[in-house]
Design a protein around this ligand. Structure first.
Ligand code: FAD
Length: 454
């Protein structure tokens, strides 16, 4: 049977695109290669408690995530007032308020002790390097405020989002606000003038972001097939039913062809590049050049009495690469989210994350090895020395696209090629931002381009 639309990939981008297209009355089939939808939004059981093992929050200062939650009837919650920290110069230190590492308040930065006196003096003496074209976030900030600020604040903050390196990630794509400020004048003066807001920065679903995919599917009016990997895509110009697309689905030994008037590719860049290889070789080459970082999330459950009291006021901490530890962050889910704490008052759940772009060796250890290094780092940096009552390791291979300098131009070229093909659209984390609201936004854009084209 020929469908109106096939959406390839059942991460949040594909699910939102499928739901949006079904809402216009189209017959929509979503094909997901793995056994379950959700992509990087996933829950698992640890010590009998269901918690997130992928994304665990979404920005609340962009509208798309909150709007989706409302659309699917989900309540949202915000983190507790617990504060985050950064491990720097031998201690856990309060994370100073900043715009991706550019401090809002130099005195607060000084008080935190994150930087050495020399690093602080360099930041205070902001120099005015001119910025024209796109540049890496690291080079932009280091040129103005010095290397140490980049190493100890920008790196861990950017690493938390992209698992990448500040000297390689595009300022225009990742922090356009900072690039615009650098073009106008002093970074320090402009960030200090940013309006302060008491509105929560993050939101999540009680029970976890892993619940969101199921809610988007429920009542979404589209058909889902899992364990249905799409292997090839080709245009068809067959007679009566008009032009469209043919997709080769399933194992090579039992492949099936599905036809559709329109196709939305909501797959990661590498998979999208493979599918576009014959159709749009230039766009495929552009997408094939988008590198991705692999990461792992280790979830650990401890008896509540075994965790130092001081940690109950901390939402977690970041670790700059310059510190040469193995974990790059830990989220104290039990302190950050009331819903996690309420699951079982006697058990606390926290997680560590490991893996940076180009540092795959860290993840070559087996699951037990990742647990072991996590425990060693937690003992050294947070004083947690107890044995966990349960652990869970979730590996995310090639999960976080790296927005290299020039990424926005690359995306514009890809979108222009794709838009020239009738009934074809792309969306997902490889284009306009890796955070959930940005990904939802890209899916909405794909819906608009498919519906506009007809
Ligand atoms: C560990 C981790 C933590 C994160 N934490 C946060 C967070 O707290 N907040 C936040 O905003 N963002 C977070 N992110 C980022 C965010 O979760 C992702 O960028 C976003 O969920 C990606 O959605 P997507 O739909 O674009 O891609 P994906 O979730 O990757 O979905 C793509 C889907 O396509 C499927 N697929 C691939 N190839 C094919 C094929 N050929 N045929 C059929 N199906 C295919 C895959 O199986 C997958 O299900 C995190 C990411 C990771 C990895």
């Amino acid at each position: 049977m020929r469908r109106d639309v096939v959406v390839v990939g059942g991460g949040i981008a594909g699910l939102v695109a499928a739901r949006g297209l079904a809402a216009t009355g189209r017959d929509v089939l979503l094909l997901e290669g793995s056994p379950q939808v959700g992509g990087k939004l996933r829950s698992a059981e640890v010590a009998g408690l269901t918690v997130d093992v992928g994304a665990e929050a979404m920005l609340a200062r962009r509208p798309e995530g909150l709007a989706l939650a409302e659309e699917v009837g989900a309540e949202v919650v915000h983190p507790t007032p617990a504060t985050s920290a950064v491990w720097s110069r031998g201690a856990l230190r309060a994370l100073p308020r900043s715009l991706m590492g550019v401090p809002l308040d130099l005195d607060q930065l000084a008080g935190s002790g994150v930087l050495s006196p020399g690093g602080l003096a360099r930041a205070r003496a902001e120099t005015g390097t001119a910025v024209d074209d796109d540049v890496s976030v690291g080079d932009l900030v280091a040129g103005r405020l010095g290397d140490e600020l980049v190493e100890r604040l920008v790196e861990p903050l950017l690493g938390g989002v992209y698992a990448g390196h500040a000297r390689r990630i595009s300022a225009a794509a990742a922090v356009p606000q900072l690039l615009a400020m650098a073009r106008r004048g002093s970074l320090l003066e402009q960030v200090a003038d940013l309006p302060t807001s008491t509105a929560p920065v993050f939101a999540a679903l009680p029970g976890g972001m892993g619940r969101l995919p199921g809610l988007v599917v429920d009542g979404g009016g589209f058909e889902v097939r899992t364990s249905a990997t799409v292997r090839a895509l080709r245009p068809v110009t067959s007679g009566r039913s008009g032009s469209g697309w043919a997709l080769t689905v399933g194992p090579t030994t039992g492949a099936e062809t599905v036809e559709a008037a329109a196709v939305v590719l909501a797959t990661p860049a590498a998979a999208t590049a493979r599918l576009l290889g014959d159709v749009l070789p230039d766009a495929a080459a552009e997408l094939g050049a988008v590198e991705a970082a692999s990461v792992a999330v280790v979830t650990l459950a401890f008896r509540a009495q075994d965790v130092p009291d001081a940690l109950f006021d901390r939402s977690g901490f970041l670790v700059p690469p310059v510190e040469r530890r193995t974990i790059k962050a830990s989220t104290f889910s039990f302190a950050k989210w009331a819903w996690v704490r309420d699951l079982d008052p006697d058990v606390v759940v926290l997680r560590t994350s490991l893996g940076r772009h180009g540092e795959e060796a860290t993840l070559q250890a087996g699951d037990e090895g990742l647990v072991r290094v996590s425990l060693a780092d937690l003992a050294a940096m947070a004083g947690i020395t107890a044995r966990p009552v349960d652990t869970h390791v979730q590996r995310w291979g090639g999960a976080l696209p790296q927005y290299a300098v020039g990424h926005l131009d690359r995306v514009a070229r890809v979108r222009a090629s794709v838009a020239a093909q009738r009934g074809l659209a792309v969306c997902g984390a490889s284009y306009d931002g890796v955070g959930i609201p940005a990904v939802i936004g890209s899916a909405r854009q794909a819906v608009a381009s498919v519906t506009r084209a007809e």
